[in-house]
Design a protein around this ligand. Structure first.
Ligand SMILES: Nc1nc2c(c(=O)[nH]1)N[C@H]1C(S)=C(S)[C@@H](COP(=O)(O)OP(=O)(O)OC[C@H]3O[C@@H](n4cnc5c(N)ncnc54)[C@H](O)[C@@H]3O)O[C@H]1N2
Ligand code: MOO
Length: 443
């Protein structure tokens, strides 16, 4: 039996996956393995910042108070139109994003211009004659080679968009760990009202989005009976026709009954057990192991394989009891995925107990209790309000919870400071109404 802290730190200290070059759309949420530098000047040509007129120097007219230009009859149809150079005293219509023609001094926005029989003049006083006005200069955002994001940074959605602007089609990143999900249980059904001997599945709906949020990529999901042969077929990675998953997550079958198949199959496969049972409730039968990802000789393995010392597939066994399974995912799965993906580990969240919460010692046991709770506003730290319906086989408390409180064996008194783990798959926005209710609308 591993202590809670040891189990967590074992998962969190797993080595990161080797870097790979992946298409831009797959790089979202990944950690950059090399600096992101602009591959060209951004913008790479000078463009107009307004719909209006690219102006050369105005025509010489006797009355200097009233400059005017010869308007070219054909202007830009859109930002893809390339315009011929401007002659002296000429103006040509442009749109926002148009490359400005050679000879442009500034761009006059359309609402400040007056066009009369091919003659363009000013409709009002305007700053738009100042040289360079309303022109986006070359390299204003970045010169070719400029550092946009450094190695080690996590690529946000906006980050992938910036990489596209900077000319990339693919990026070198620490990839998302590929996860094979195996849901066991002959009693598990996926729709309708369960009869006796049946339960509705809790994991197949929730785990994919939790895993994606945590930084993993779901490779495949399988539902199997409590059948050791089926489980073995999905866990046995040899011979690997395709790249082995980085992580296999199973649900159910972690205990020791006749129907529980995970441990015997892992023993058959000579898996290395890293954590077997964790001193926490719920979730104590959780299991963490690794098996060689590819046992073929190195020369027979696909070219893009990992170095010999990292050829492992990790196995995370989540207990079948619903709250126990999600608790084990939170405690072991999220730190493991962050470590494999080279993401930073979640910052610990501290809060104060708003109520007394009993610990495992009350029942004559050691270890921590994980209690679903909601967060409220406190003087200095958030307050945690424990929820009911929080036994290992239940979902009701977790459905309302923002966090799992890590309750030490001796329990918590009101005001005690305690670590909380964010419930995966929940946004940070609290759904509690602001104090005093929603703001009143002025009539
Ligand atoms: N004699 C003992 N019995 C049990 C022990 C023990 O130490 N000795 N530990 C208990 C604890 S604690 C837990 S947690 C569970 C672990 O169970 P398993 O991981 O082996 O899971 P199963 O037996 O397959 O299922 C347990 C429970 O969960 C339900 N389940 C399974 N999959 C799903 C699913 N996809 N959706 C909804 N519910 C699911 C299943 O029907 C069972 O009710 O073992 C205790 N027993
Ligand atoms: O560990 Mo079990 O998870 O208490 O139900």
């Amino acid at each position: 039996m591993a202590s809670f802290d040891h189990a967590r730190s074992t998962a969190a200290s797993s080595p990161a996956l080797p870097a790979r070059t992946v298409p831009l759309q797959e790089a979202l949420g990944c950690v950059l393995a090399e600096p992101l530098r602009a591959q060209l000047d951004v913008p790479h040509v000078a463009t107009s910042a307004m719909d209006g007129w690219a102006l050369a120097a105005p025509l010489p007219v006797p009355d200097a108070e009233d400059p005017c230009w010869r308007a070219r009859s054909q202007g830009a149809e859109g930002p893809s139109t390339l315009l011929a150079p401007l002659a002296a005293g000429e103006a040509v219509g442009v749109v926002t994003g148009s490359p400005v023609p050679e000879g442009t001094v500034s761009v006059l926005r359309s609402e400040h211009a007056r066009l009369d029989a091919g003659r363009l003049s000013l409709a009002q006083q305007t700053p738009d004659l100042e040289p360079g006005r309303n022109i986006r200069p070359v390299a204003a955002e970045a010169a070719a080679g400029d550092l946009l994001l450094d190695s080690g940074e996590e690529l946000s959605a906006a980050g992938t968009a910036a990489a596209a602007v900077a000319g990339y089609d693919a990026l070198r990143v620490v990839p998302r760990p590929r996860v094979r999900l195996i849901l066991t249980g002959s009693e598990v059904i996926t729709s309708g009202l369960p009869g006796p001997g049946q339960v509705r599945d809790v994991f197949g709906l929730a785990l994919p989005s939790m895993l994606h949020e945590a930084g993993a990529q779901l490779e495949s999901m399988h539902r199997i009976d409590d059948d050791p042969a089926e489980l073995r077929r999905l866990l046995d990675l040899e011979p690997a026709a395709e790249p082995a998953p980085d992580l296999i997550i199973t649900t159910g079958g972690t205990a020791a009954s006749r129907a529980d198949t995970l441990r015997p199959v892992l023993t058959e496969l000579e898996a290395e057990i890293l954590v077997s049972h964790v001193d926490m409730r719920p979730g104590h039968p959780a299991l963490f192991a690794r098996i060689p990802a590819d046992q073929r000789p190195a020369e027979q393995q696909p070219a893009e394989q990992r170095p010999a010392d990292q050829r492992h597939t990790y196995v995370l066994g989540l207990p079948g009891n619903p709250l126990a399974g999600f608790a084990a995912l939170t405690v072991l799965g999220l730190p493991l995925i962050a470590a494999l993906a080279a993401r930073s580990q979640a910052e610990p969240l501290w809060a104060q107990a708003a109520a007394e919460i009993s610990g495992a010692a009350r029942r004559g046991r050691g270890g921590v209790r994980l209690v679903p709770a909601r967060l409220g506003v406190g003087d200095e730290e958030p307050l945690v309000h424990p929820l009911e319906h929080a036994q290992a086989h239940m979902m009701r408390g977790l459905a309302q919870a923002e966090v799992l409180v890590v309750v030490p064996a001796e329990g918590l008194a009101v005001g005690d400071q305690v670590e909380c783990l964010k419930v995966p798959g929940r946004s940070d926005r609290s759904s509690q109404p602001p104090q005093g209710g929603p703001p009143k609308r002025r009539s």
